[in-house]
Design a protein around this ligand. Structure first.
Ligand code: SAH
Length: 221
């Protein structure tokens, strides 16, 4: 896909998702896609290899949660894999301090390479190779304003793990597939001394695939 068509789809998709992305971000995402697909031929990073799908299922799906991240200074992406949602969020909001963590060394190797790659606008992003088990200091992981994951754990396990990484006043963000009823989100939250801050269902702009993003905070701060 050429750069102009790609940029057009990113802009159109973001608009449909209701998120604002500066014009130059599309060019950087296009270069990131080039790196991802080049590396993916040697290192198994993602099962999604069609460009249209990378654009929507990786990039737009990551950008879709910008509203849940807005206002935060720092984001911790746990089980980031090939960098989703962390890399697109950093590209779209360069002032965010983004740390990605993954247990698989070759994935973190890829993340470190793209972070160091000039022209991607990822300077300052961190990638850490460790298994996140809820001990930030021992694991060399920061506490963050938003602790986020996609396709990492089911909701109960995520809500058991993620709060350990919260900075004061921070929020846990869960990117979910099919929407779960709010009572279910609330019940899962309450068991762990958390509350539901927001839950938003939406569809990806081109495929219409269903998604939900839920935000949790400690009940007592
Ligand atoms: N978030 C990415 C990748 C999801 S796959 C995306 O949505 O595309 C889940 C990733 O979590 C894998 O890369 C796996 O290596 C990593 N992982 C699994 N358990 C982990 C743990 N305890 N700590 C850190 N990473 C873990």
């Amino acid at each position: 896909m050429d750069n102009a068509r790609f940029a057009d789809q990113i802009q159109q998709g973001s608009r449909q998702l209701g998120v604002e992305v500066e014009g130059e971000v599309a060019g950087r995402l296009h270069r990131l896609m080039g790196e991802l697909l080049k590396w993916n031929a040697k290192v198994n990073l993602t099962a999604i290899t069609a460009e249209e799908e990378v654009l929507e299922k990786h990039f737009l799906d990551s950008l879709a949660v910008l509203p849940e991240v807005e206002g935060a200074g720092s984001v911790l992406d746990v089980g980031a894999g090939a960098g989703f949602p962390g890399l697109p969020l950093k590209m779209a909001r360069p002032s965010l301090a983004v740390t990605m963590v993954d247990a698989v060394g070759k994935k973190v190797g890829y993340l470190k390479a793209v972070i160091a790659s000039p022209g991607l606008g990822l300077t300052g992003t961190k990638a850490v190779h460790t298994r996140a088990e809820g001990k930030p200091e021992a694991e060399g992981l920061p506490r963050a304003d938003r602790v986020i994951a996609r396709a990492f754990m089911d909701l109960p396990d995520w809500l058991d793990l993620a709060p350990a990484y919260l900075a004061a006043g921070g929020r846990v963000v869960a990117m979910l597939g099919k929407a779960q009823p709010e009572e279910e989100l609330r019940a899962q939250a309450e068991k762990r001394g958390l509350k539901v801050v927001s839950a938003r269902a939406y569809r990806l702009p081109f495929s219409g695939a269903e998604r939900q993003v839920a935000v949790f905070a400690r009940e007592r701060e």
